[in-house]
Write a protein that binds this ligand. Sequence first.
Ligand code: ZN
Length: 443
Amino acid sequence: MITFLDHNNSLIDPETRALNVSNHVSDDGDVATSAFGTTVNDRNAFRIQVELDQYQGSSIQVKLRVGSRPWITLTLSYPFGAGAPGGTTRYRGVFHRLVTDEPDDAVLGNQTLLCKLRDLVLVRYQQGTECIEQAAIRVGRSASEDNNDHPNHLRHDVRLLKVNVVVFSRPGTTALDGPIDATATQIKVDSVADAHESGFIQIESEYIEYDGLDKTNNRFLNCTRGIEGSTAAPHADNSPTLYSTTTPVVSRSQVMADLATIDERFAQATIRLNRPVSINMGGTGDPGVVLPSVFLDGFVAANEDPLQNPTEDEQRVVGYADSNMHSMDIFYVDELLVDTIPVYAYAYYPSANATQDSAYQNFCIVSANIYTTLSIPHEVMHVLLNASHRSSEPDTALFYPTPAAGKPVGGPKRIGPYPDAQSTGVGNDDTMKIRSIVEVLHQ
Ligand SMILES: [Zn+2]
């Protein structure tokens, strides 16, 4: 008989439970340990046991497959009970850690197993070509919390996060080629080569809408002057002119990599993205979404907690959200400023929204210029937890204010619970909380 054992060598029943993603985001110690009776601290670790009627020597081999990945051969080196009259022999292998990205998988050889949520883990014991025993179990939710009331909730209860991504264009700067008065409707500059066919420009404090480009003569055409409450004014030759280029602030492949990081960070909570993800990169060729006039000089966020008076930029950006109130919107902009200070990213969650308008929640703004590997998962977490930073957070937490350290293998970046926290109980309920909220976001 083949069985799956947990970190304490207790049976995991595949009928009611699943294996859990470990991912090196915990600091529960390594699993590179051996012997029949050894236990490990990582609650998400597991090992395989095969019980046979006859002693087969000091070790046996089994084959294991995760999802549709190739079969691997594992040696179970730890027998127990050999030679007992009428008894059986039990063989155990090393502890395994299920991981969801390749750098993590490279660490411990066959002790780390690359997987996706809902994969089936299949184990076979053969003698020659004959399959003697077989067992299978799903990759599912974290064993460390089990408040879900579905009878089979431990099996593979994967929760789906819906996100909508909007990637804006990079702003560009050119200069007026000749002075203009306050009424000119054709504006000549040094270059319009990489401008959108229609859009907005900013010259000094005046915002201007244009609808047409003359690429031969470097002119913005059909200009409407003094929009957005600004004042049409004359401008001198060589005045700097801001416009929206046709280069997105991040590439589509970068967006895909960031989405993969969300999946990777939240796998331990058995949460993954609902795919395909809607990604708006401004249409054919991914030029980025044309910058509204108020974004041309950087995206400015209000320095208010909670938010009461959204800035012009905040008022504008919520118009790019999708219509699903249970999806989280992720907006990539060139530069994100809070009180003129550039920040990585900024989350808008319900408890930080005092505007009385639910448009100002369940989204985040990401600065394409400076955000780091974990910035976006960090902001997703604010939205799902509906909370600011926790007190007494260790800097190894994903909830630490500056998630800039990346996610090196063995560099724990977990949501919770958090054994390293300076006060007990930090994050204890966080996994339950985000799982309960992820498919129907706070409103
Ligand atoms: Zn934060």
